[in-house]
Design a protein around this ligand. Structure first.
Ligand SMILES: [Zn+2]
Ligand SMILES: [Zn+2]
Length: 223
């Protein structure tokens, strides 16, 4: 197993107040990333489907970003703008846009709020989505979340991990889910053991999470 982003290499799952439900703006987080000596960060705000489902109000236009009007004027941290795409059903339909724009960096996650098939069909959803769009996904987000962990047994997790490995899709140690006890630890350990590529990400929605939570993930990996 290879960790793609050890130490200060960076954090690739962050939510902002600019485009979804984070507490802090893109500029505030970029400044903090410089203080952490991170090399790179990726903003992965929620897909339009999840934002709409929660009634998150639109504060600004995503095409200001896609037109290249934003620049990091604070430090040398490389800033990537991605999306936490949503798995929508067991056919593997997904929502991977923010305001109609699909970024290049894509996490595929499943959230109960917008998964419209029976929860027990979650494995088929992942496998169909990877078969249809797999080359576009950089990673699967929080695969072992308790939201769906009871719907998959260990063999199901292994099957998804193997297909991800074959498609060069990384798995994720989601540190917010780990710390807030939103992860099935047995399945998480199995996933980590078999994943070929692993990200260690904060899934930060607040500044304290962005600054501190990945360290707890690395402590977990050492044990
Ligand atoms: Zn969120
Ligand atoms: Zn997230």
């Amino acid at each position: 197993m290879e960790i793609i982003n050890p130490g200060n290499a960076g954090d690739f799952h962050i939510h902002s107040s600019t485009f979804s439900d984070g507490f802090n703006s893109i500029d505030e987080i970029v400044k903090a990333a410089g203080e952490l000596d991170y090399l790179e960060i990726a903003f992965t705000d929620h897909s339009q489907a999840l934002s709409d489902a929660y009634g998150m109000t639109r504060k600004t236009h995503y095409d200001i970003l896609s037109a290249g009007r934003w620049e990091n004027i604070y430090n040398n941290v490389k800033v990537t703008f991605g999306v936490e795409a949503d798995l929508l059903n067991d056919n593997g339909d997904i929502c991977d846009d923010i305001q109609g724009i699909t970024p290049d960096f894509i996490i595929l996650s499943a959230h109960r709020k917008v998964f419209n098939s029976e929860p027990s069909r979650i494995k088929s959803g992942y496998l169909n989505a990877i078969a249809r769009f797999g080359k576009t996904f950089n990673m699967l987000g929080h695969l072992c979340t308790r939201q769906f962990a009871d719907e998959m047994d260990s063999n199901d997790i292994l099957e998804i991990v193997e297909v991800a490995n074959e498609n060069d899709i990384a798995l994720e140690l989601n540190c917010a889910n780990l710390v807030y006890d939103k992860t099935d630890l047995i399945k998480l350990k199995l996933m980590i053991k078999h994943a070929r590529l692993l990200y260690v990400n904060s899934d930060a929605h607040t500044m304290n999470e962005f600054i501190g939570i990945r360290q707890q993930g690395f402590q977990f990996l050492e044990k």
